[in-house]
Design a protein around this ligand. Structure first.
Ligand SMILES: *Cc1c(COP(=O)(O)O)cnc(C)c1O
Length: 357
């Protein structure tokens, strides 16, 4: 840390390591790195650029504005950018002109995409709902969506690049059912003359665990950042490295009203620190664990020092990291505060300086 009182450090080596490991594990399926929510708080363009340099061919943007930001930021073809959250009022022409791949769930969306093409055909991925009920055509609506897409493809205004779905990844049985429904939808589409060379279904958990979920492409968010789910194996056990460290400098050391020694840092609930954290999590100072204690203030947190007389203003507190400085990991934070580690990182305030190493 230099002269800042708090910082997020993003380790691009860890990101590259995770991408390499996961790419090897899911091969021959390709990897899409998902960069929604400012790359899970790690920085959109830094993560996307690092991913492309590491050989990733697909970036998952979530929405069209983010996809266009990526194109403007230098993520150019042949890298594919996928956007699947489409506002009904959205003008799709700029996205299609920029060669953005669009996730399409309904006939009206399809018509809008087709009507927004200019020179090149709109690249579309048709989405079937396989049980999650988060967008996606129902099995009943699927043939109509596919047939209309096929007509528009024959007219040269759309190109059906892929068939895809999103699954719950909550239980193996449910996922197996989703995989079966997906395969049936692919067969139905192929029966209607659709080539759709790419099939994609899995996010991190299923892509990591199940070869039958990988198909041609997997969409990886959490694991790329080294964030495994709670109550399971650690990132280290899975061969992943957590990319983000959150640190702050001690700004005051004093005796609390009850006489006990405490130190403050300039990170509070407005910065995204969970109000469940005090009393449930220990942070690291000089490699030693010290508890976060109440009260958590809007812009400040307190650390109990107990008998530790060795802590002074300016000392570095590591809230979370890969554990190498004695600090808890994000998985441990998630478990302690009954949240997901992804939630902890996406809630961090953009006002916290971010340093890329
Ligand atoms: C967020 C998201 C992913 C990535 O999920 P992780 O569990 O973080 O890997 C994949 N696909 C879709 C559609 C998503 O919204």
């Amino acid at each position: 840390m230099t002269d800042v009182t708090r910082e997020i450090v993003v380790d691009l080596d860890a990101l590259r390591h995770n991408i390499d490991m996961l790419s090897a594990r899911v091969a021959p399926a390709e990897v899409m790195v998902v960069v929604k929510n400012d790359a899970y708080g790690h920085g959109l363009l830094d993560v996307a650029t690092t991913s492309v340099q590491a050989g990733v061919t697909w970036i998952g943007a979530l929405d069209v504005p983010t996809a266009l930001t990526l194109r403007r930021g230098g993520i150019t073809p042949p890298t594919r950018i996928f956007a699947w959250l489409i506002d009904p009022e959205e003008d799709l022409a700029p996205a299609i002109a920029a060669g953005i791949d669009l996730g399409i769930s309904t006939v009206p969306q399809l018509e809008t995409a087709a009507a927004s093409t200019d020179a090149a055909a709109a690249r579309i991925h048709l989405k079937i709902d396989t049980g999650l009920h988060r967008n996606g055509a129902t099995a009943e609506d699927w043939p109509r969506l596919v047939e209309r897409a096929r007509e528009l493809e024959q007219r040269g205004v759309v190109e059906i690049v892929a068939i895809w779905t999103h699954i719950a990844e909550a239980s193996d049985d449910e996922d197996t059912q989703s995989i079966r429904r997906f395969e049936a939808a692919v067969d139905a589409a192929r029966g209607l003359g659709v080539r759709a060379p790419v099939r994609h279904l899995a996010a991190s958990a299923a892509a990591y665990a199940r070869s039958d979920a990988r198909f041609d492409l997997v969409r990886l968010g959490a694991f790329v950042y080294g964030l495994p789910p709670g109550d399971g194996p650690s990132a280290e056990d899975m061969g992943l490295r957590q990319a983000m460290t959150l640190r702050a400098r001690v700004t005051t050391v004093e005796s609390a009203p009850d006489g006990r020694r405490r130190a403050s840092i300039d990170l509070g609930y407005a910065d995204g620190i969970s109000t469940f954290a005090p009393g449930r999590i220990d942070v690291a100072i000089h490699g030693r664990r010290r508890p976060l204690i109440s009260p958590l203030e809007v812009d400040r947190a307190w650390i109990g020092l107990d008998g530790d007389t060795d802590v002074s203003v300016g000392d570095v507190v590591t809230l979370w990291g890969d554990g190498s400085a004695g600090e808890p990991t994000l998985q441990q934070w998630g478990d302690a505060t009954s949240t997901m580690s992804e939630e902890l990182v996406v809630r961090l305030s953009p006002s916290i300086p971010r340093r890329i190493v």
